[in-house]
Ligand binder design. Structure first.
Ligand code: ACO
Length: 330
């Protein structure tokens, strides 16, 4: 039962300084700036220095989100981190961030839904706030994909980048906030996007290393077909659950995997380019972090205003997909 309306009251993001351009990649694998640009829209991506892990980027983004929200870390009741690239198997990256930002009252756990993870985490946060169980939840998505990419595989190494985004979810005026969330999964597509070794099925061994099973494996064109179908359908579903249609969307923040996927989805939804935030040219695909980084940039650029219907939509490994419709509260 919904007692309170939950909404985003602050956003933050962080990307590492170091960048790798398509031209740089030409020196590493058999590819070209022209191929990468026309097939993906990506021009460059950020790569974390050796000493930096997902929790460090997530900490940075969290502090910015707290500042934007105007609340202190001690006021946070729960931290949820979406990531497929945690610092380690356990403890959770959420616990590490909790300690870093000194959110001493907060519970903390991680969520794994690949590129859909941020919206999954947001939907969980919304439940806690709407029922009154918690007042302030910090939702973070942080990814250090450069550590899990096979830099000899041109099919994947060109696509990914590192970064983090965060939002504070809190009680907002009943007229605003998260209007709907739609989450989906199809585990029959589990082999299309995976990192096979390092878990309980195939623990790390000399053999798993030799076979390159500790880096991302992707069936690109199958994922592409799935993405084009699911992005528009998921955005439509979030609009419908909110009692709206895609024509009511004032601003769309899609997962940033491929410009062709974004453009095809926007076309299906009848949404103009001016209503889209696109930053994959600068950052590539940051998995779960892509949407909150794009959202933070759009907010700070003044593209999203109080009362706007903002739709977030993503898809990813699992396979998973997720969307949400928000009436912007700040
Ligand atoms: N440079 C040059 N040629 C390349 C490169 C490269 N970097 N990569 C692949 N090619 C070649 C292929 O080898 C293939 O050659 P072939 O025909 O001789 O075999 C040719 O280009 C075409 O390959 P396709 O895979 O058919 O190319 P496509 O147009 O599908 O684009 C891409 C590939 C960009 C990966 C696209 O399929 C895509 O974006 N898929 C979706 C990926 C995605 O969204 N992932 C998100 C999830 S991430 C997560 O959850 C962690």
């Amino acid at each position: 039962m919904e007692l309170f309306k939950a909404g985003i009251i602050g956003t933050g993001s962080f990307v590492p300084d170091k960048l790798i351009t398509n031209k740089d990649l030409e020196k590493i694998v058999d590819t070209s700036d022209e191929w990468i640009t026309t097939r993906t829209g990506i021009k460059e991506r950020r790569i974390a220095d050796k000493a930096i892990a997902s929790s460090d980027m997530g900490t940075n983004a969290s502090l910015k989100a707290l500042k934007a929200a105007g609340i202190g870390a001690e006021e946070i009741d729960l931290i949820i981190v979406a990531t497929v690239t945690p610092d380690m198997n356990f403890p959770s990256t959420a616990c590490i961030i909790q300690n870093n930002i000194k959110a001493t009252r907060a519970a903390a756990f991680d969520v794994e839904a690949a590129c859909s993870g941020f919206i999954y985490a947001l939907a969980i946060a919304e439940q806690f706030v709407a029922t009154g169980f918690y007042k302030n939840v910090l939702v973070v998505a942080s990814e250090c994909l450069s550590r899990f990419v096979n830099w000899k595989d041109r099919n994947t190494c060109i696509l990914f980048g590192d970064g983090a985004g965060a939002v504070v979810i809190s009680r907002v005026d009943k007229k605003y906030g998260i209007l709907s969330c739609h989450l989906g999964a199809d585990g029959s597509g589990k082999d299309l996007l995976s990192l096979k070794a390092g878990g309980s099925r195939q623990p790390a061994s000399l053999e798993t290393i030799e076979k390159n099973l500790h880096s991302i494996h992707m069936e690109g064109s199958e994922v592409f077909k799935f993405a084009v179908k699911i992005m528009a359908a998921a955005a439509n579903e979030a609009a419908k659950l909110a009692g709206l249609t895609s024509q009511d969307i004032d601003y769309l923040v899609p997962h940033q995997a491929n410009i062709r996927i974004i453009e095809a989805s926007a076309k299906r939804l009848g949404i103009d380019k001016e209503k889209l935030w696109i930053n994959l040219d600068k950052y590539g695909n940051m998995s779960a972090a892509s949407i909150p980084v794009a959202l933070d940039e759009a907010v700070r650029a003044g593209q999203i205003k109080k009362g706007d219907h903002v739709c977030l939509v993503g898809f990813g490994g699992g396979l998973t997909w997720a969307s949400t419709m928000i009436r912007w509260a700040i």
